[in-house]
Design a protein around this ligand. Structure first.
Ligand code: IFM
Length: 462
């Protein structure tokens, strides 16, 4: 198969790759790290595919030098990774673990020596278990603890990190974690999920202040906003789309970029949304202007109206909004079962641009595909479908930029194959294959394509 052509992006556009602590680090109980909700969840029988855990993952804690050498060879401008909160603060607050701080010192120094700029996420779903035991994101104290953690990190690493991401995909933390129960902490709550969503946003706003107090930092948040289509123009399907947009998008984007709570929240949650967790002044904390917004995009969703599984609003989980997903796209699917629809990416970017005049510049902080990779007898991974996915989605970004959307950079998810949460090690998103028996790294064809793209981009704008 011939290689896809390189999309043309603006001269200052930056390319990167992304990972997250629990998905790659391993060393779960080493050098004083405390447990997180993902240690507890993955060690609970039946929660993850084949009982997979992040105990070892891609062993990045011990192999970070090798991984950064691969990043340098790839030629990226930026590397997005996350810090494990419980590696620094094993109890979530209080005593600091010096060996944990040292690890990220070593990682940052190695990156800077390689000429790669770090983009650091503070929270990629791994809440210290000690904080979960005290109420987790359902309580405001966790938002305050998050701000204290942000202050610690900014103080220690602020001399080497310019770009900070407070939260990764709070939608998943709040609703996949506390309503669907497919992610840690694995509960099925209604009010708890909505309280968690709110406290995540308050924690974000408090953390922005803490990070900025430490110096001249660029601070943003990463959201997985969705392009939502309606299955038909029928009024019930259009209302279903409004509820789905409320759940997936408006909960986050309205307070962050428009200073208000979602317009359709009452009809989405039958009055549950406006709970006692909201306090006067919270919207001002949440809506602090940001330097950028990170966007993670994989696929669109299409919805149709459906009966509530549980008619009593008090008993419903926060994701039971009377909506079912359909799949009218007629395209191929990745091994995650997600339809591949690059045009929806352009639509989403344009929609955000049109809807929010105060939207800061956008960074694509994740995009990529899980594929059924195989290793050929001579040791290669010919992942043409992934390369095509990346090329088509980068072209979708280029199309949005041409239409006037301010997108500054693009990070592939993911640098390495890794622990795909409840899906364990079955799903491979990496540009680099990881053999989990030997921890051998093998760059796939998509890695070489991405490296050539970056090389061509740098050369044409020298
Ligand atoms: O692996 C995840 C990542 O942690 C968050 N965004 C989506 C990815 C693929 O599911």
């Amino acid at each position: 198969m011939s290689s896809p052509a390189f999309p043309v992006l603006p001269p200052a556009f930056r390319f990167g790759a992304a990972t997250a602590a629990y998905q790659i680090e391993g060393a779960h109980d080493e050098d004083g790290r405390g447990p997180s909700i993902w240690d507890t969840f993955s060690h609970t029988p039946g929660r993850t595919l084949d009982g997979a855990t992040g105990d070892t993952a891609a062993d990045h804690y011990h192999r970070y030098r090798e991984d950064i050498a691969l990043l340098r060879e790839l030629g990226v401008h930026d590397y997005r990774f996350s810090i494990s909160w419980s590696r620094l603060l094993p109890e979530g607050t209080g005593a600091v673990n010096a060996k944990g701080l040292d690890f990220y010192d070593r990682l940052l120094d190695e990156l800077l020596t390689a000429g790669i700029a770090p983009a650091v996420t503070l929270y990629h779903w791994d809440l210290p278990q000690a904080l979960e035991d005290r109420g987790g994101w359902r309580v405001r104290e966790t938002a305050e603890a998050f701000a204290a953690y942000a202050a610690l990190v900014a103080e220690r690493y602020g001399d080497r990190v310019r770009r900070w991401i407070t939260l990764n995909e709070p939608y998943c933390s709040a609703f996949v974690g506390h309503a669907e129960g497919r992610h840690a902490p694995g509960t099925r709550e209604g009010r708890g999920a909505l309280a968690a969503a709110h406290h995540l946003l308050v924690g974000h706003g408090l953390a922005v202040r803490a990070l900025r107090a430490a110096g001249d930092q660029e601070v943003g948040i990463t959201l997985n906003l969705d392009r939502v289509h309606a299955a038909s123009d029928r009024s019930d399907d259009l209302a279903a789309r409004r509820r789905a947009e409320t759940l997936h998008n408006d909960v986050w984007a309205e307070p962050l970029f428009a200073g208000r709570y979602p317009a359709h929240e009452a009809e989405t949650w039958a009055g549950l949304a406006d709970g006692p967790w909201r306090q006067p002044g919270d919207l001002a904390v949440i809506g602090v202007p940001l330097d950028f917004v990170g966007l993670n995009y994989y696929r669109p969703i299409c919805v149709t109206a459906a009966p509530h599984r549980e008619p009593d609003p008090e008993q419903r989980t926060a994701v039971d909004i009377g909506v079912a997903e359909t799949d009218p796209y007629g395209t191929r699917h990745t091994t995650m079962g997600w339809p591949v629809v690059p045009s929806a990416f352009t639509e989403l970017l344009a929609q955000l641009h049109d809807r929010y005049p105060r939207l800061p510049p956008i960074w694509i902080t994740e995009n990529g595909s899980a594929e059924a990779d195989t290793v050929t007898p001579d040791g290669h991974v010919h992942d043409g479908d992934r390369t095509r996915y990346l090329a088509d989605h980068l072209q979708a970004v280029a199309d949005a930029i041409a239409a006037g959307v301010d997108v500054r950079g693009y990070y592939v998810w993911s640098l390495l194959d890794n622990f795909e949460w409840a899906r364990g090690y079955d799903q491979r998103f990496g540009l680099i294959r990881v053999d989990y028996d030997t921890q051998t790294r093998t760059p796939k064809d998509s890695y070489h394509w991405y490296r050539n793209l970056i090389t061509a981009h740098r050369a044409s704008h020298r």
